[in-house]
Design a protein around this ligand. Structure first.
Ligand SMILES: Cc1cc2nc3c(=O)[nH]c(=O)nc-3n(C[C@H](O)[C@H](O)[C@H](O)COP(=O)(O)OP(=O)(O)OC[C@H]3O[C@@H](n4cnc5c(N)ncnc54)[C@H](O)[C@@H]3O)c2cc1C
Length: 585
């Protein structure tokens, strides 16, 4: 026993009296350096305490449920023949980081051998909104960060081929539609003349401004950007193959996987036919087809259908399910559906595409649905049937990271995967596949990796469909509330009674708020109408702040604005609404 050393709880940051939720070794066990000994759980983080060296456990000093702080004894270890410690500078990065701050959880596997071209505290795989936010936050917290991206342009799907270019084109579509509306009301511009080239260039210039900005921000923060395709080759090692085929190896203490998702394909679509588009090629705007079929009545399908129809393509939408935007409350979808029915040639619901035949004159599509024709021919097809996370393409198994069959990588609230020092964020982590969710998750992962107390504990994640009219919702939907048996009060306000909306030529909108009957707090909200996406932020804030109907109703909203519909929806529940007549219950 005289040869034993006491292993103590290392520096665990600001945590005091942290509960031991698992004791992973017992007296008599042999452990290797870095083997986890106990698992601690605070209200913000779960962390494993690793063995500082190998040996035999002689006596346990703790049990499950004990509360410990830095310096408390964990066990007595009889070291397995000590050899001279390597100098700190010779150790791989991850081990160094763990010595520096024991807050770093133990690796799932021991350090890989071999030399690295570079090592860092945090490597981020993928430069989309999740990835660049994680990289920048980690750098701001003093971490040495590498950001890996296969493409030359940073910003991921969102900035390059997603949120931003689609919204630029939707703006052009709205200008056309608004001009057409005003022609009936005394202001005529004449028929629009769409020049695809300049429109494409303008859209691309918007993308470039933003992606260039991200590159500049990376430089200023000294984030090392490495262009190439990254794949894990170990629990602390990634190989990156550059566009020239040259590979380099980077070792890391922590990794954040932010490799995003890709468009799903349909098996019956002809391969290698450029007339069959996904959202990326549709945003390239090669031409405005005479006849376009959009397969999928979800967010991306409807946004792109709106763009192409307003630019002049005769557009049909086919959707397998019984409604557009499946899952969204029907009263909120209805005004959009009505507008899309005017804008589009046909909407085929409960209809499947069963076959597509490619010929020179067009793509002949076979449908299976009550109200659809047997076949119809189109110049182009856009497939917008969902996105698949990229979890299966990054060598995750080499790092011991579990990837679900769907390609998602499950995480806990700290965004840790099953391997505690490897995090997953954004589209690759879970639904909803939205940029703002990715950003928040990225920041959490970066903060946890840097040893901060952080967790993803948002009460709501807003969703927006940027069609005209926009559709937006946050928190609990009415469908959810009914399914979950939540007892709720609903306050709604029709935009037909909102002066600003009428002045914008729109009288179909609706705002609604849901309040938990027991607590009185707002739990969800939704809106449909122009700029509904901007309005929903206030509802999200109210949910996060735990507001009740009086808090929202007594907040003075500027007049005349669309935001008044939120205040008045709350007043409808508080019983103070004067702009409509609500009969007393
Ligand atoms: C047409 C369209 C419109 C959209 N509109 C909106 C919207 O309005 N609002 C919204 O919130 N969301 C929108 N989205 C969704 C949004 O784009 C995604 O949710 C968001 O981009 C996810 O961010 P991310 O960081 O997880 O991944 P991504 O943005 O997908 O970025 C992942 C990055 O990782 C890189 N990568 C992948 N594998 C590797 C590898 N092995 N090595 C190196 N690099 C790799 C990719 O090249 C990519 O740059 C839209 C999506 C599409 C397709």
């Amino acid at each position: 026993m005289s040869d034993t050393v006491e292993i103590k709880v290392p520096d665990i940051g600001d945590f005091e009296g942290v509960e031991i939720i698992e004791v992973l070794v017992k007296a008599g066990d042999t452990v290797e350096a870095e083997d986890p000994l106990i698992t601690l759980e605070s209200d913000k983080a779960t962390m494993e305490v690793p063995a500082p060296e190998g040996g035999t456990v002689r006596e346990m000093k703790v049990k499950e449920g004990d509360k410990v702080s830095e310096g408390d004894p964990i066990l007595l270890l009889e070291p397995a023949g000590r050899t001279a410690e390597p100098a700190a500078a010779d150790k791989p990065a991850a081990t160094r980081a763990q010595d520096d701050t024991a807050r770093q959880p133990a690796p799932a596997q021991s350090q890989p051998g071999g030399s690295a071209d570079y090592d860092c505290d945090v490597i981020v795989l993928g430069s989309g909104p999740g990835g660049y936010s994680a990289a920048f936050r980690a750098a701001d917290l003093g971490q040495k960060v590498v950001l890996v991206e296969r493409y030359e342009s940073l910003g991921g799907v969102c900035l390059n081929v997603g949120c931003i270019p689609s919204k630029a084109l939707l703006h052009a579509a709205k200008v056309i539609d608004d001009a057409a509306f005003m022609a009936d009301h005394g202001v005529e511009f004449g028929a629009p003349k769409v020049s695809v080239g300049p429109l494409r260039e303008w859209k691309q210039s918007v993308v470039k401004k933003l992606t260039g900005g991200i590159a500049g921000l990376a430089k200023r923060r000294k984030v090392r950007v490495v262009q190439g395709t990254g794949a894990f080759t170990g629990a602390h090692q990634m190989q990156i193959t550059g566009p020239d085929g040259q590979a380099q190896t980077i070792t890391f203490a922590n990794a954040i996987i932010a490799a995003g998702s890709q468009a799903m394909k349909l098996p019956m679509m002809p391969a290698d036919d450029e007339r069959v588009m996904d959202s990326t090629s549709a945003l390239e705007l090669a031409e405005i087809p005479k006849r376009l079929l959009v397969v999928g009545g979800g967010i991306i399908g409807l946004e792109m259908a709106n763009v192409y129809a307003s630019l002049g393509a005769k557009t049909d939408v086919v959707e397998m399910l019984p409604s557009l935007l499946n899952g969204v409350d029907s009263d909120i979808v209805k005004p959009l559906q009505k507008r899309m029915q005017q804008r589009l040639d046909n909407i085929y619901l409960k209809t499947k595409v069963t076959d597509v035949k490619a010929a020179k004159k067009g793509l002949t599509v076979s449908f299976d649905g009550e109200k659809a024709p047997k076949t119809a021919t189109y110049d182009r097809i856009l497939v917008a049937v969902g996105r698949k996370p990229n979890g299966n393409n990054i060598g995750a198994e080499q790092a011991g990271v579990t990837v679900e069959q769907s390609g998602f990588i499950a995480t806990d609230k700290q965004m840790r995967t099953n391997v505690a020092h490897i995090f997953a964020i954004g589209d690759i982590a879970r639904q909803p596949l939205l940029a703002h969710k990715a950003v928040h998750e990225g920041k959490v992962a970066a903060e946890v990796a840097a040893g901060e107390k952080s967790a993803f504990d948002a009460r709501c994640i807003p969703s927006v469909v940027y069609t005209d009219p926009e559709v937006a919702w946050t928190g609990v939907t009415e469908n959810d509330a009914k399914e979950q048996g939540i007892d709720y009060d609903k306050g709604s306000f029709p935009w037909a009674a909102n002066g600003r909306s009428l002045g914008m030529g729109y009288d179909q909108g609706l705002t609604k708020l849901l309040f938990d009957k027991q607590s009185g707090r707002v739990i969800g909200g939704a809106a449909v109408g122009p700029n509904a996406g901007d309005l929903i932020a206030e509802v999200s804030l109210a949910i996060e702040m735990g507001c009740d109907a009086h808090d929202i109703g007594l907040t003075i909203h500027p007049h005349p604005t669309l935001s008044e519909t939120i205040g008045m929806s709350a007043e409808a529940v508080a019983g103070t609404l004067t702009d409509l007549y609500v009969p007393k219950k």
